[in-house]
Design a protein around this ligand. Structure first.
Ligand code: UT7
Length: 322
């Protein structure tokens, strides 16, 4: 028998307020035309008072549990990927646990910025396959609006807030045909000055603001993503032609196009939400996955590939038979 992590349900949550490019252009020296042409972004959701990383995560988790037809008490593991926790500690995952009313489970946060969800899924999958967990909530949730420098037009137009969640469950089968078939993660800390936050508890005792050398990040993203996608498909003994849906991290429409071109993938097979959500860091992949599951594009039996790249640098990909 082969034990695998099966996708049981997906969910998401977005702040109520949406902010268009035109609205941003009233306070920052930018334009709808520049933002759409260079990034594909048209709108983003921005968290209001009372909407936090943990509260959005708990809402997304409830939706995912509903979709899976499970009760909160069925969960024995919560991994929450975020770079914008409500507080330095406790882990936002434990706040989600409390909000859901789960008496006892394993709960912790993962910090790998935009690749955080891929890191969290990979750890959850390892724990499920080893028998350390049976049913996991894996969440990506961010409120990047709170670490943006709203006077820096090169970064403040790029990000949005939101949360996405999935429920993974252990399943033993003879062929192991469904579930997470392969995952691959990377990090290269030599590049951590290209995308970082200029504060933190151990240095400035402030939260800090996001700083990015966009062009250099862009170059690395395109080459790292294409190579990790080939790597993870090789691990699963598959080729790009086998992919039904690519659910990529949503940083820039031009990165999505370039990645699809490199893999000779039909652009219609790529789930795109960057226009509506902008870059929501660790939330972007589960948000896009939930959208494509709910609108009926992703169906049982489809081969779905997830990928992301972000600060660190960190990057990774995962192959999943739904
Ligand atoms: O999620 C983690 C991974 N993150 C990413 O993958 C982000 C990767 N990088 C990018 O997506 C792109 O590099 C950006 C969207 C950040 C920038 O696009 P770009 O085509 O690389 O533009 P650029 O930085 O080379 O800037 C071109 C021009 C500059 O003006 P000059 O020097 O040519 O006069 C900028 O000052 O555009 C200017 N500019 C803007 N103009 C209007 C920069 N930001 C803006 C803006 N509105 N918001």
């Amino acid at each position: 028998m082969i034990r695998r992590s099966i996708l049981l349900g997906t969910g998401s949550a977005l702040p109520v307020r949406t902010v268009s490019n035109a609205e941003l252009a009233q306070t920052v020296d930018t334009s709808d035309e520049w933002i759409v042409e260079r990034t594909g972004i048209r709108n983003r959701h921005i968290a209001g008072e009372g909407e936090t990383t943990a509260s959005l995560a708990a809402d997304a988790a409830r939706n995912a549990l509903d979709a899976a037809g499970l009760a909160a008490q069925d969960i024995d593991l919560i991994i929450l990927a975020t770079a914008t926790p409500d507080q330095t500690f406790p882990a936002a995952a434990t706040k989600v646990q409390a909000a859901l009313g789960i008496d006892d489970c394993v709960a912790f946060d993962v910090a790998a910025v935009c690749s955080g969800f891929l890191y969290a899924v990979t750890v959850a999958d390892s724990m499920i396959r080893s028998g350390a967990a049976n049913r996991a909530l894996v969440i990506g949730s961010e409120t990047f609006s709170r670490i943006l420098d709203w006077e820096d037009r090169a970064t403040c137009v790029l990000f949005g807030d939101g949360a996405g969640a999935i429920v993974l469950g252990a399943q033993d089968s003879a062929d192991g045909a469904r579930g997470i078939l392969a995952a691959k993660l990377h990090a290269d800390g030599r590049h951590n000055q290209l995308l970082y936050v200029d504060g933190g508890p151990s240095t400035t005792q402030t939260v800090g603001k996001l700083r990015m050398k966009g062009q250099e990040v862009f170059r690395h993203a395109v080459s790292n993503l294409a190579s990790v996608l080939r790597e993870v498909l090789d691990l699963a003994d598959l080729t790009p032609a086998d992919i039904d849906w690519l659910v990529p991290h949503q940083a820039n429409a031009r990165i999505l196009d370039a990645t699809a071109r490199k893999l000779k993938l039909d652009p219609d097979r790529v789930v795109v939400t960057v226009d509506q959500h902008a870059n929501t860091s660790a939330a972007s992949v589960p948000l896009a996955l939930d959208l494509a599951v709910r609108d009926g594009r992703i169906k049982a039996g489809d081969l779905v590939v997830l990928e992301a790249m972000g600060g660190g640098f960190t990057w990774g990909a995962c192959v999943l038979r739904v």
